[in-house]
Design a binder for this molecule. Sequence first.
Ligand SMILES: [Zn+2]
Length: 511
Amino acid sequence: MGHSPGHGSTPAGDRTGEPSRSGRHPAYRIERLRHVVTVDENFTILDDTTIEIADGVITAITPRATRAGKSRRPAPSGEHQRSGAAPAQEAEHEPEVTVIDGRRMLALPGLVNLHTHLPMTLLRGLAENVDLQGFLRIVWAAEGAVMDSTTVHLGAELGALESLLAGVTTTLDMYFHHEEAHLGAASTGLRHVGGPVFFDGPGPDGLTWAQRLDILESWPERLQDLDRLDALWRPYAVPDLPAPTVPAALMPHSTYTNSPAHLRDLAAALTSWPAGIPALIHVHVSENAAENTDVTTRHGATPTQLLHATGLLDGTRIVLAHGVHLDDDDRALIAAARPGASVAHCPGSNLKLASGALQWERYRADGIRLGLGTDGCSSSNDLDLWATMRQAALLARLTSADPTAAPARTIVEAATIEGARALGLDHLIGSIEVGKRADLVLLDLDQPHLTPAHDLAALLVFAAGRGDVRSVFVDGHLVVHHGRHTTIDTGEMLAHARERGRLAAEAAKDV
Ligand SMILES: [Zn+2]
């Protein structure tokens, strides 16, 4: 366990002061941010505002106008370390505070990618110009050839790194060898939600159904152990730090790869999970019309009706990936599900595979919660949630012939707080508010394509992109700064990824 796929790590703290080697959670003050898009309930936007972070939490958000002359000038060098704001004689009692100059920056909550398969970064570009079923044939062959646990760890780490550099701080990730995927992704600092994946067949990990059920039973406790001992914040070596809360997830791949009897097994197994641990189900649903026809022909029920009938739609929070082809009855079942069902809209994948167009406004009118996902890199080719935001807005407008559909504010909410809500994490993340965990992104606004900034929500959806992300905090850790990861040296990791990618391409050629 804890295999490292060979990339080197620079000693933590070399570039940014992250982390505190004393074992204390680092503290930050981001001074005089030009704008803060809080994504709170009123979508409040603040100007010239300072954000303070301590112990992983946002402790203060202070617009300059309210500071009654107490503000100080930011350091001209952009950032430096100093001991709090206290007088020198009190310095030893104050945590060290790293100050970041925010004057050319916009802060927004970290983005939530509500559906992906991180290790499939290694299969990017291997299944092109095919429909979903053709895509699956090629991908499954490549996966069978290369996706052992070591490669899954590497692919998850690579995907997590791409995600963080793009301002994605939380990812719902479905993949085999889920422990290695979790360890690989979380080692970068990403807030990674994963769990055991279920197919009727053996899958690349070769497990039987009974073995999968055994693993499922122990997953919540195992996840806690992994997070406490091995994975989250491992680069920071901070002892005694409680891991960020992520739900324990259970991931039946779909209703076309799991029989109704097996889906009932999973619903029953969930009842054995310890109380008090947040649980989540993640499943592909009605991605394209052929899937609906297949499932309805075999079982006399739509995928959503099958989930309902087998006891998976209600009782546990659930995220339905894609949901492109949901009929009126499906949508009524989803809207009524408790404690809550959400749809992870993946427009990039749906457009590229010609799977169809989700009816954004109709779904919202029916009371369905919509978050955004990229899907895996083998179908949508990147983990860029900025592109996803834009695709979602444009697709909704095109298909409804209504330029007021999917307003930019709604799209930003879908990529942040609505994603957090879908995961049951909205009390912790998804908006910039005092008391929430510090998952946030700083964009550099001093660029031609972001100037002037008349409508910030529209700027984020229609003009900004992942290349504008300069700094990223996850749970109060500065994991990306100056556009680079703060601890991971990518060179060797990329070489390994290229090597595994070559083997995957060989396997895909024979399909
Ligand atoms: Zn998927």
